[in-house]
Structure formats: C-alpha cells, structure tokens
Write a protein that binds this ligand. Structure first.
Ligand code: NAI
Ligand code: NA
Length: 395
C-alpha cells in the first residue's frame, strides 16, 4: 500500500507509519546531539504520544536515561484505516528506548477515567516502583467525568467577537475565520476539560497510592502569548482553562509539600502540533513567528523546546528556574520585544496573496506534515507500506 497524505482543513486524516518512525528518530537524534543531563529516572507522561508530551518523553529518556510510562488515547489499525500517528509514535518510541535498555510502557485509554488511573498505578507499582516526575500534557476536546457526564471544550473568545485570516492547510490558503464570544457555560466546560482538575486528580491518586517518590516534581504545559493573540488565546475559553491550571499548580504544590515535592507550570512557545493547528487564526501568528524567529536564529521545535525545559530550566545546574509567579518561562524567546515588534509589523499586512512571502508558512506546513509522518527526509514515500506487519505491532 502506498500512502498519500489526506489533510482536511487543519486536520490530518491519516498518517505514514514509516514516516512517523523517521520523525521519532529525528527527535531522538536531536536530543542526543544536545548531550546528556542529570534528570529524573522514572517518569509518568500523560499525553505521551504526540506534540509536547512525546517530545518530553524523548528528551527525558534519551537525554537523562529515564524509564517512562506513557499514557495516550490513540487508534490502532482497523477496517477504518491504519490508525493514528500517535499509535505508531508510541511503538517506535518504545522500540528505540528498549534498544537502549530503558523501560518504556504505553497505556492506551482515557486518561480522564478512574479506571485508567488505577491501571497506571498498578503499572507503576509493578514496573517502576514510584515516579520522580509527572508530565501533564493532555490536549482534548472532550472529557468524560468520573460520573459519566460528557463535557466538551470550545475554542471561542470572550467579550467582543474576533475575526481575522486563518490558515487552511488543505488548500494552502488563508480563509476568514471568526471566534464568537463564549457563553458562561462554554467557559466553564472548557475549564473542566482543559483546566487543572484532572491534573490534581492524578496527583492525588498517585500520592494516595504511594507512587510518588520523595522530592517528586510535576509539570503541566501552558501558553500565554503576546497581547496581539489575547483575543484568540489568553482572553479566550482556553485562556480561562490555563488560568485554572496555573491556580491548580499551587494547590498541588501544597499537597506535595509533605513529600518535599513541587508542582510547576511551564509556559511554552507557540508550536505546530495537532492541537494548536486547530485553534482559529492562531496558525497565521505562528507562521509569522516562525519566520521571524528563524531569521534571528532563535527558533525551536517541540523537541528543542522540551530538551531545554528539562536540561536547563528544571534539572539544570540552577534547579527549577521560574519567574515571580512560579511559572517556568519557555516563551522567553517568543516574547522578546524585538521578536514581537517584528511580528506585529507583519501581521496587519497579511493577505492570501502574500502570506508565503511574509512568514514561514512553508516551514509550518512542513512541521505539520512531519507530525503525521509525511515529507520526512530519508523516507521513500514511493515504496509500498507493509500493512500486515504494521498490524502486528503493539504499543
Ligand atoms: P497534542 O494533540 O499533540 O497531544 C495531546 C496528547 O494528549 C496526545 O498524546 C493524545 O493522545 C493525548 N490525549 C488526548 N486526550 C486523551 C485522553 N482522553 N486520554 C489519554 N490521552 C489523551 O497536543 P500538544 O500541543 O502537545 O498539547 C499538550 C499540552 O501543551 C496542552 O495542554 C497544550 O495546551 C499545551 N501547549 C501547547 C502549545 C502549542 O503551541 N502546541 C503551546 C503551549 C502549551
Ligand atoms: Na502532548
């Protein structure tokens, strides 16, 4: 079978499993090139199969020799298709980690459920004993609460409606997109799905089960961004959820005090992932930002960002490096006033006719394709993929 990319709007409908292997290997090589650091030895990663969670796992295993339990919600091969990129990322990561003698366990299922929490606890007890770090990197549009109620997050603004050019990756063009103001229920629901409640439930359950090692740390990922994106993010429903996440870090931090542990939020740079490509209008900012940051030599992809987080800002010579609000600022380069004024000068000029000349939309597109295993260097996309042997692989 020859696999061609199927992109719909800003969503990939398929993946190239062999390309996904090349993408995982590329990230491993990047971490190895950056050199080893003294990090945590046993790590639980929630949302381990793609984006920041996968990059975190790779940075910790191949940079600090960590054994990991990774949790994700992914589709394997079925009559509906070959399965999701994250399914294969889990497989290729485990194979590579095991080759280096590391433990790498994948649990596939709903991380919001008590059943999966119990499964994870059993698995930690049996195979890792305890964990030294819990990375919380879930991104989801839906959370099924422990009582069975389904809650959906929305990507809307608050206050005034907001509109602007958005990116259509399928047609490689810009389209007008608008965000309407959310209702109070929509804000509340988005906080329920993407806020800190589930993170706290995880840490509580792990602590009660004695799965957290003395001095344990936990980190969740957030975004703030520059003022120009506030209507899209910080003052949007997702921004409310992140505010809740930040507040929850303080609650968890108190809870962990008896173990000498700490809870942190890392405020990251905007990057192309499955989740971020889906936020209206934001990808246009992202394309402009990528152009400016590459031009100035300060661009980072997911893997460089996560490698720097752990090696320099959490487990480096100065321990955890945080600001006055206890936030770890990985968005330092993005928010550099020189970078932001360059982006702000370009943004109002963007049209469907000139966007490629103004920003690095080719680079953005390349990153998006690579997330799904397409357009990776060294992969022969003309060669048929052996579906039968892929179907035998288990996460
Ligand atoms: P992603 O879509 O690449 O990864 C999401 C992960 O969550 C996947 O591993 C997926 O399998 C897992 N997942 C989703 N629902 C699940 C469920 N019910 N049970 C188990 N696993 C589930 O997203 P990305 O971008 O890596 O996002 C991770 C975190 O980083 C999010 O909190 C996001 O807000 C944050 N972040 C992202 C930024 C970006 O630019 N992409 C910037 C700053 C923060
Ligand atoms: Na992730």
């Amino acid at each position: 079978m020859i696999i061609h990319p199927q992109i719909q709007g800003c969503v990939a409908r398929n993946c190239h499993p062999i390309g996904c292997r090349a993408a995982v290997q590329q990230q491993i090589a990047s971490v190895k090139a950056a050199g080893p650091f003294n990090g945590p030895r046993r790590v639980l990663v929630l949302g381990a199969s793609s984006g920041f969670g996968l990059a975190s796992r790779i940075a910790l295993t191949f940079g600090a020799g960590a054994d990991t339990l990774g949790i994700s919600f992914e589709r394997g091969p079925s009559d509906k298709g070959l399965g999701s990129a994250g399914w294969y990322n889990n497989i290729w990561f485990r194979q590579a980690a095991e080759q280096e003698g590391r433990i790498a366990i994948n649990l596939i299922g709903d991380a919001f459920s008590d059943a999966l929490r119990q499964q994870a606890i059993d698995c930690i007890r049996q195979q890792l004993g305890q964990v030294d770090l819990v990375v919380y990197s879930l991104a989801s549009g839906l959370r099924v609460l422990p009582d069975g109620r389904q809650v959906r997050s929305v990507l809307k603004t608050t206050g005034q409606p907001f509109s602007g050019w958005g990116l259509d990756l399928e047609q490689d063009t810009l389209v007008q997109q608008s965000l309407s103001p959310a209702t109070p229920e929509e804000i509340r629901d988005t906080v329920t799905v993407m806020g800190g409640e589930d993170w706290q439930l995880w840490l509580q359950a792990l602590q009660q089960a004695d799965c957290l090692a003395p001095g344990v740390q936990t980190v969740a990922y957030s975004y703030i961004g520059p003022e120009s994106t506030y209507p899209l993010y910080r003052d949007g429903t997702i921004g409310y959820a992140k505010e809740h996440l930040h507040a929850t870090a303080e609650t968890i931090n108190l809870q962990l005090a008896e173990l000498g542990g700490h809870a942190w939020v890392s405020v990251c740079k905007a990057l192309v992932t499955k989740a971020s490509a889906y936020i209206p209008v934001l990808p246009v900012y992202l394309g402009l930002l990528m152009g400016v940051m590459k031009e100035r030599g300060v661009h980072e992809g997911c893997i460089e960002q996560m490698q720097r987080l752990f090696a320099a800002k959490m487990y480096g010579p100065h321990g955890v490096v945080a600001d006055g609000n206890r936030l770890i600022r990985m968005d330092d380069h993005e928010l550099d006033p020189a970078i932001q004024s360059a982006v702000s000068a370009l943004w109002p000029k963007v049209t469907p006719d000139n966007f490629h000349a103004l920003g690095d939309f080719a680079g953005l597109r390349q990153d998006f394709m690579e997330l799904n295993g397409f357009e990776l260097p060294g992969v022969d996309y003309g060669a048929p993929v052996d579906v039968a042997s892929l179907t035998e692989l288990l996460p």
